[in-house]
Design a protein around this ligand. Structure first.
Ligand SMILES: *[C@@H]1O[C@H](CO)[C@@H](O)[C@H](O)[C@H]1NC(C)=O
Ligand SMILES: *[C@@H]1O[C@H](CO)[C@@H](O)[C@H](O)[C@H]1NC(C)=O
Ligand SMILES: *[C@@H]1O[C@H](CO)[C@@H](O)[C@H](O)[C@H]1NC(C)=O
Ligand SMILES: *[C@@H]1O[C@H](CO)[C@@H](O)[C@H](O)[C@H]1NC(C)=O
Ligand SMILES: *[C@@H]1O[C@H](CO)[C@@H](O)[C@H](O)[C@H]1NC(C)=O
Length: 669
């Protein structure tokens, strides 16, 4: 048992006389590395580890020659965030894969950074006394490394003093008049989350008190995002003119966690959950795209499906939603956050990565027909001409460094423990395995599935003690629970879904056996967007489907290893609409292969044909080299209809996923 939990208790039990305390969350995170990917998710994690996560230190200057280790790179904009961003994803990935080589590399980096810690406690290069921000992802990496390393590791023993040293130095700088500004203020709750972790593991209660007082001060002095998301200043459409940093996509994505994180210290769980949920709801309502993410081609960009979203905003939204779910006071709030997280994990995240995970675009789009280097006339107003191109570091390097946390943190949170209910929580279906810490006395639980690329999910369990298993049923199945077959210990059972979850009691067993099996048949579903700009989209379960443009990519620049920049063009017309009663062919489900989400209609794990309506070129002109606003179509009889291929959104780099509809569709839906 880890000291973490014991100390949470200690902090609480001393609460009467204490000025500050940490409240135990309803659901506990499992330490980094305890949840392991399986099946297609293991393939995907391994693919990522073998691609850029393990190769950046070998050739990419921001990591290979980082200023954190005395090199002359990782200094863009006066910040030093690349290596910390990379560590924030590489540390958990190495632990989940038990990849000794990658683990050795990340530990060597962390050791090197700690060796260079100044006697005052400052971590990393010291070029700007107020650049606290560049350290936040480094602290996030330290938390995960502290969880992952064995308790007798000598590196682990260095992590707590290093973190406390930095917090002390930061506080002295603030006392000395260095302001908490810019990113250090907007992103403060990532640091506060790490302070809470270290306050939970320090051995001496006075140290914990000091840390919590510091966290309180940061919370007070940092940007109050709860006002932003609840104000008439929050943009209801694409930001125009000279944007401000509170309208910045990644800042907003990070800010979603503020309420949830602070609830651990305020004890105001309901208020925290309401704040985080309001933040995500505002972003989704006014800027949400069908892939689950909100548009932010640097700044909040409204509902037009040709406007983009930065990859960093996807992974930061995921991390915020994970914490929003974990720190929620009830299942209702948790389910809302998890429904959103699931969409992001299966659509927006892989939809912004090449199938082989060696390249990504800075911006992804619901609708686009090309992704080229040096697009002079482009639809996004604030980013550079390479932003749509799939490449090593198109437009700006932050996402090259930051995307690593996407899958790693998703995997880490595929289970939570609820010690009070003696329950293991399974918040999202994906192939994974865990050995619990508390509930079931070290139960071994495995989810066997191809989900979301399949229609069956099984739980296998072996456990010394009985425990509860609490399973979230995905939103699309909650809408039609009658389509879901549920077997409990091999016997068909009615489902009792409450606030998104079912609860089953698992008896002790010395053998691993299937305790629960879910199966269903998913049919393509047309969902008309509440925003007329977005027409309608097709979903298959949680998967957004996209028109296959028969994309073809051409290498425009090679780097070392398999890293490259690519021009992607379609070889199929993109002007298609959904008729009022779309006809779909048989859904083709394939076992995900070595490249699970391949950009290829013959290898994509989920493909379905749809009969679509051809839109004449003059009705849907392009605008700035992107599909223009969706046309309004009237009537369709006698119009040209044809069978076209729809792929999982993630199997495409360019695509149409928000379709025009004829007026008749809007009337019947
Ligand atoms: C790192 O810096 C050294 C010294 O400036 C240089 O020779 C080397 O090519 C750089 N490596 C990378 C990957 O940028
Ligand atoms: C730590 O403990 C493990 C098992 O308890 C042992 O195999 C390992 O050698 C120890 N490592 C160190 C550095 O003492
Ligand atoms: C938003 O503001 C209203 C009016 O001031 C308040 O009642 C509500 O609680 C606020 N919402 C959140 C989530 O703080
Ligand atoms: C597809 O490629 C062929 C051969 O290069 C070309 O003739 C055709 O015009 C292209 N079609 C579209 C829709 O781009
Ligand atoms: C799907 O439609 C394409 C034409 O776009 C056709 O070539 C293909 O055979 C169809 N697939 C199935 C399974 O019907």
């Amino acid at each position: 048992m880890r000291e973490r939990s014991a100390l949470c208790f200690l902090l609480l039990s001393g609460a009467a006389a204490s000025p500050a305390q940490l409240h135990a969350p309803r659901w506990q995170r499992l330490p980094t590395g305890v949840v392991k990917p399986r099946g297609w998710l293991l393939q995907q994690a391994q693919l990522q580890a073998d691609a850029l996560t393990s190769h950046l230190p070998l050739f990419w200057p921001d990591v290979a020659n980082t200023s954190w280790l005395g090199g002359d790179s990782d200094i863009s904009g006066g910040l030093h965030e690349s290596t910390p961003y990379w560590l924030n994803g590489a540390v958990p990935l190495a632990a989940q894969l038990e990849d000794k080589q990658l683990a050795d590399v990340v530990q060597r980096y962390v050791e090197g950074c700690l060796d260079r810690q100044s006697s005052s406690g400052w971590l990393g290069p010291d070029t700007d006394p107020s650049d606290f921000w560049s350290r936040y992802p480094f602290l996030l990496a330290l938390v995960q490394l502290h969880e992952a390393l064995p308790s007798n590791s000598s590196l682990r023993a260095r992590l707590v003093p290093a973190a406390l040293g930095f917090f002390g130095e930061m506080e002295r700088r603030l006392d000395g008049g260095v302001g908490l500004g810019s990113f250090s203020s907007w992103r403060a709750h990532d640091l506060i989350w790490t302070i809470h972790y270290f306050a939970g593991v320090v051995q001496k209660p006075p140290d914990a008190q000091k840390l919590l007082a510091f966290a309180e001060r940061l919370h007070r002095e940092a940007e109050d995002w709860s006002v932003w998301f609840n104000s008439s200043d929050f943009p209801r459409k694409a930001v125009e003119g000279s944007p401000t940093q509170v309208q910045h996509g990644v800042n907003n994505a990070m800010a979603v966690k503020r309420g949830a994180v602070w609830a651990r210290q305020s004890g105001q769980w309901a208020q925290g959950a309401a704040e985080s949920q309001l933040a995500w709801d505002m972003l989704s309502l006014y800027h949400g795209q069908p892939s689950g993410v909100f548009s932010a081609d640097e700044f909040l960009a409204g509902k037009m499906p040709s406007r983009g979203t930065e990859l960093c905003a996807v992974v930061e939204s995921m991390w915020s939603l994970i914490l929003t779910a974990q720190l929620s006071p009830d299942d209702q709030h948790a389910t809302a956050a998890l429904d959103s997280l699931e969409l992001l994990a299966f659509n927006a995240l892989p939809g912004s990565l090449a199938g082989d995970l060696w390249s990504h675009p800075y911006l992804q789009f619901a609708n686009s027909y090309q992704a080229l280097q040096g697009e002079k006339d482009h639809v996004w107003p604030n980013d550079g001409p390479d932003s749509a191109m799939y490449g090593l570091a198109p437009n700006y390097e932050c996402c090259t460094a930051n995307f690593h946390q996407g899958y790693a943190k998703f995997i880490a949170h595929l289970f939570f423990e609820d010690p009070v209910m003696m329950a293991l929580v399974s918040p999202i279906w994906a192939p994974a395995a865990v050995t619990t810490e508390f509930v079931g006395g070290g139960a071994e639980v495995e989810i066997r599935t191809n989900y979301p690329f399949g229609q069956e999910v099984s739980y296998y369990v072996k456990s010394p003690l009985a425990f509860g298993l609490k399973i979230r049923i995905p939103a699309f199945l909650r809408e039609s629970p009658e389509s879901l077959q549920f077997l409990f210990m091999g016997m068909e059972q009615p489902l009792k879904i409450q606030d998104g979850f079912i609860f089953i009691w698992i008896t002790a067993s010395t053998e691993s056996r299937e305790v629960a099996r879910f199966s269903w048949r998913a049919e393509p579903q047309v969902r008309v967007s509440p925003a007329p700009e977005q027409g309608a989209s097709v979903f298959l379960g949680p998967l957004l489907m996209a028109l296959d443009l028969k994309e073809d990519r051409e290498c425009v620049k090679s780097y070392e290893f398999l890293a490259a920049d690519w021009n992607t063009r379609g070889n199929s017309s993109w002007r298609w609409a959904l008729p009022s009663s779309p006809r779909f062919g048989e859904v083709q489900w394939r076992q995900p292969g070595r490249i699970p989400v391949k950009h290829d209609a013959t290898a994509c794990p989920v493909v379905v044909n749809a009969t679509l309506l051809k839109v004449p070129d003059n009705l849907w002109p392009s605008q700035h080299n992107a599909p223009g606003p969706l046309p309004e179509l009237f009537g369709e009889a006698g119009e040209h209809q044809e069978e076209r291929v729809l792929l999982a959104y993630a199997c495409s780099a360019i695509r149409i996923s928000a379709f025009p509809t004829s007026k008749q569709v809007l009337l019947v839906s």
